[in-house]
Design a binder for this molecule. Structure first.
Ligand code: NDP
Length: 291
């Protein structure tokens, strides 16, 4: 059994990007610049944005954090986004989700210039991805594809069951796994909350991507020997013994499933760290595509 080590792979990717940034600096070129927009004071969002900004600093990118009041109107937020769209020193930016309830997320995401949409959430990028054109691929599915590629996990002709059909994970990964080419060419089944007899499907799967957000949902009796398991789930589960008062659980009952798996991602340390690395990779691409 091989552990798909996202922490190690993310570090490798960040080091590769760091080298490219050093070359850019040495050639007198402007380094990639990522901005993050954070509306309000949500604790988890602050943590996520903070680690994105810190990662930029570690690899030599320029970064800008734009903090806006929780009470900002949708119109004013869109005006801020238009400023970022027009800022020529900025290669890409993200708007940290979720947004306060009075703001229509879809309208905000549509306002982002697709050329700067390094989260890959704009329909223009999603459509381009689905049509095999150059596009910003959402960071989590992009990270999964990198893990499969770098660990040489066979995907061609394999049956992949994706559990979850969200726009940021399940749906895009199902498209990517079915595309032609390395880390693609799989036969994909997409399961969701209305799927019947999920275990029958997962037991047939060579590859399972779990992206539903229910801790330890996939158990050993639901998988066959030799399966590859990608666990996207991140849920905080209360744990009084732990100093933080909670532990992070994935969607997979790791210990029992790992016994049957040929490849598996741990939680934490699997898909999670890859997500930030791929956001940085998208920002580098934004800088390069601009040239
Ligand atoms: P969503 O809540 O948007 O989507 C969950 C999906 O799971 C839905 O399609 C839902 O079906 C499906 N689902 C729910 N219950 C079941 C069930 N019992 N059986 C089968 N399918 C079910 O979640 P996200 O895709 O945003 O996130 C999924 C998980 O991944 C979360 O734990 C999240 O925290 C984590 N995550 C981790 C990231 C990382 O960097 N590692 C990044 C993004 C997310 P339906 O469509 O019918 O409602």
């Amino acid at each position: 059994m091989t552990i798909l080590d996202g922490k190690k792979t993310a570090l490798e990717i960040k080091n590769e990007i760091k080298l490219k940034v050093s070359d850019m600096k040495a050639n007198g070129e402007r380094v990639p610049h990522l901005a993050a927009v954070l509306v309000g004071n949500d604790g988890a969002s602050l943590t996520y944005v903070g680690s994105k900004v810190r990662s930029c600093e570690q690899i030599g990118f320029e970064s800008t954090l734009i903090r806006l009041e929780e009470t900002i109107t949708e119109e004013n937020l869109i005006q801020e986004i238009n400023k970022l769209n027009q800022n020529e020193t900025l290669d890409g930016f993200i708007v940290q989700l979720p947004l306060p309830k009075h703001i229509n997320e879809e309208r905000v995401l549509l306002a982002i210039d697709p050329k700067k949409d390094v989260d890959g959430f704009h329909p223009a990028n999603f459509g381009r991805m689905a049509l095999d054109l150059d596009a910003f691929i959402p960071a989590t599915p992009f990270g999964i594809m990198q893990l499969l590629e770098r660990y040489k996990v066979p995907t061609s002709g394999k049956h992949c069951v994706v559990v979850g059909r969200s726009h940021i994970v399940g749906r895009p990964i199902s498209i990517l796994m079915s595309q032609k080419g390395p880390t693609g060419d799989a036969t994909v089944t997409v399961a969701h909350s209305r799927t019947q007899n999920l275990s029958e499907l997962t037991r047939q799967a060579d590859i399972i991507v779990m992206a539903l957000g229910i801790p330890e949902y996939l158990t050993a009796d639901m998988v066959k020997e030799g399966v590859t398991v990608i666990d996207v789930g991140i849920t905080r589960v209360a744990d009084e013994i732990h100093p933080k008062g909670y532990v992070i659980k994935g969607d997979v009952a790791y210990d029992e499933v790992a016994n049957k798996a040929s490849f598996i991602t741990p939680v934490p340390g699997g898909v999670g760290p890859m997500t930030i690395a791929m956001l940085l990779q998208n920002t580098l691409l934004a800088r390069q595509w601009k040239v």
